[in-house]
Design a protein around this ligand. Structure first.
Ligand code: FAD
Ligand code: 2HG
Ligand code: ZN
Length: 479
């Protein structure tokens, strides 16, 4: 069947705006966020209802066309990008962006999966509540994509990953079945927790069309501090001190090296006058919804202990909302700063907190041994044991070639080190198409076999995002 006949068939299911087949408009959906790979498709479908998503999936299965769900296309591992075959269609959830309901007493929000994260945060804040998922891409990423990647971000240390915020789900399976479980319950022990199957599955097990998310009281007080670290400051011990002495009111603990901060501040119009000590810097935030807690008193106590221990050289407390925002912007602009300087080869590793210093020491030696002129941008959510250990692409290098070279050599050494310390090659960015070989290399064989069986059970014809994450289980597989 020709593409035009297929497009006609999809048009019958959707209205005029629901099918995009103009190559110029399609092009904005077929390249991944990091511009490492461009796939191919003959159409982007934009359903407006869950039923339309189900109809699309059923028709795609009948026509043997693959389906790649897409949210904001901000993910880093190529999971939202179709392959080069031209036989996969993109289903963008962008028209399904409603806030369905806020229930302040149940502290939950029900949304369409295409809702932009920032809009959901704002809707929760309007009701005096907090959606505690915060990441640099929050103005463009969508809830379905956050669920697909199990997004982490800047407040995981307190509130957990997307997985921990998910109360209910609505999703379309590969045969068009609609899973409708939009309940707001904290407790519901009635068999398998099916909704969790979709979390981190990167569009390979179903298309999420709705979600119920857990909210928290909106903080009314915050204390934000920028710590300049002394040489050799022990990050895990400093984190433990801050958590203990702040009565665990810590919501953010972000580590940054001097190079990463400079990349960000160079890219800002009004950069704050913050910098790093010899051991780097940490952005710390305590937050509370109570007006009875003296957060400034707590942070001052924490900081004086840290100074006494010789771990920090200097610290600045944000004195205004504007100062706080500038500190946050300096952290959140690091990826953009890297991009403006020809990009970086990204290593989204995590290790147990007790091993973070060992990782930094070993990885530093590996980088030095690999090439004396390599430059690093190292930062991340150290509160969660997660580092972005990025190698900067030299300004005179071809970005793609350099990325391939590093990924085939140094990256594997760094991941080996993380793995040997009980860590992982992907803390929060997923597997997608780019890290499948790493899952094969580092994944436990039994776990991979289980993943393949789950994929085969949910999607026996391999319709949903084929080529991402894991290949399906086949009966003669020996694993
Ligand atoms: P997409 O990129 O569109 O899709 C991601 C995956 O989910 C794909 O496999 C796709 O097929 C699948 N998917 C999308 N929608 C659905 C759906 N409705 N149902 C089923 N599957 C679906 N990530 C973090 O974890 N922490 C960070 O701090 C962070 N910071 C970032 C900062 C910047 C500047 C950028 C550019 C990215 C950052 N990211 C971060 C990565 C990215 O924003 C997240 O992975 C985000 O969750 C992706 O959401 P999205 O809507 O863009 O998903
Ligand atoms: C962040 O923490 C994101 O800012 C992006 O996860 C990390 O670009 C990166 O390497
Ligand atoms: Zn991150």
């Amino acid at each position: 069947m020709s593409y035009s006949v297929q497009i006609h068939a999809f048009r019958e299911l959707l209205d005029q705006t629901g099918v995009v087949d103009d190559p110029e408009r399609i092009a904005t959906y077929t390249t991944d966020q990091r511009q490492l790979f461009t796939g191919s498709t003959f159409a982007v479908l934009k359903p407006a209802t869950t039923k339309q998503v189900a109809d699309i999936v059923k028709l795609a299965a009948r026509l043997s066309i693959g389906v790649v769900p897409q949210g904001g296309n901000t993910s880093y591992c190529g999971g939202a990008t179709p392959d080069a075959s031209g036989r996969q269609i993109i289903v963008s959830l962008e028209r399904m962006d409603r806030i369905r309901e806020i229930d302040p007493l149940s502290m939950s929000i029900s949304v369409d999966a295409g809702a932009i994260l920032k809009n959901v945060q704002d809707a929760a804040a309007d009701a005096g509540l907090l959606l505690p998922l915060s990441l640099g891409a929050e103005g463009s990423c969508r809830i379905g994509g956050n669920i697909g990647t199990n997004a982490g971000g800047l407040s995981v240390v307190k509130y957990g990953m997307t997985r921990d915020l998910l109360l209910g789900i609505e999703a379309v399976l590969a045969d068009g079945t609609i899973v409708s479980d939009m309940r707001k319950l904290r407790k519901n022990n009635t068999g398998y927790d099916v909704k969790q199957c979709f979390v981190g599955s990167e569009g390979t097990l179903g298309i999420v069309t709705g979600a119920v998310l857990r909210l928290a009281p909106l903080p009314t007080r915050r204390t934000t501090a920028w710590l300049k670290l002394a040489a050799g400051a022990p990050l895990a011990e400093l984190l433990a001190l801050v958590r203990r002495e702040s009565a665990d009111l810590l919501t953010t603990f972000e580590f940054m090296t001097a190079r990463s901060i400079a990349l960000a501040t160079d890219a800002m119009t009004n950069p704050p006058s913050v910098g790093a000590g010899p051991g780097g810097a940490v952005l710390v935030e305590l937050a509370s919804s109570s007006n009875h807690l003296d957060l400034d008193g707590l942070i001052e106590g924490v900081l004086s202990e840290a100074v006494e221990s010789g771990w920090i050289e200097d610290a600045f407390l944000a004195q205004s909302g504007a100062q706080r925002a500038a500190m946050w912007e300096a952290r959140e602009t690091i990826p953009e700063g890297e991009k403006r300087c020809n990009g970086s080869v990204k290593h989204d590793i995590s290790v147990p907190l007790s091993a973070i210093q060992r990782f930094l020491d070993a990885a530093g030696s590996q980088v030095r041994a690999y090439g004396t002129n390599l430059e690093l941008s190292v930062y991340g959510h150290v509160g969660d044991g997660n580092l972005h250990y990025n190698v900067l692409v030299p300004s005179n290098a071809d970005r793609i070639e350099f990325t391939r070279e590093i990924e085939g050599g140094l990256s594997l050494q760094l991941y080996d080190t993380a793995a040997s310390l009980g860590g992982t090659f992907s803390a929060e960015h997923g597997v997608g198409r780019f890290k499948k070989h790493l899952l094969e290399r580092y994944g436990d064989a039994g776990r991979i076999a289980a993943m393949r069986r789950i994929k085969a059970a949910f999607d026996p014809a391999n319709i949903l995002n084929a080529g991402a994450v894991v290949r399906p289980f086949e009966p003669d597989d020996v694993d």
